[in-house]
Design a protein around this ligand. Sequence first.
Ligand code: FES
Ligand code: FES
Length: 159
Amino acid sequence: MKDIHLIALAVNGNEHEIVVESRRTLADVLRHDLGYTGTHVGCEHGICGACTVLLDGEPVRSCLVFGVQADGCEVRTVEGLADGEELSDLQKAFSRCHGLQCGFCTPGFLMLSEAYLSEQDTVPDEAEVREVLAANLCRCTGYQGIVEAVRQVAEERMG
Ligand code: FES
Ligand code: FES
């Protein structure tokens, strides 16, 4: 018999109730069960950060979290950044600064950066931004554009 559970979670403000197996990851719940395919899955073992989402405001690797652990939580995914057709300031900065090429890593970098920026009240220096962004991997950009995008948004929000 399968070990299944009814869980309730809010994703980008939308309430969901869903029955999941206890072994199902949050990444799979989001992508396959709820259709939030903006969250990407790369390594599936906690290294690349492509699957980063916010769980009650904290960035987590959704491939390392079980769906049942998100029961009763607020989840924010990359789909929650834009306001309709209007991209967020961070998304615009990634585009403007060439912070993406293939885009596979981008949802994870955006959510990691959004969580980081939301906790700042002064503009961080480049070294600190680089250290934070070192949590995630990008095979394309060389990181410079990503760092610049986050720095620009920090200046816009806190400068
Ligand atoms: S897919 Fe989750 S960290 Fe790589
Ligand atoms: S833009 Fe291709 S992996 Fe980062």
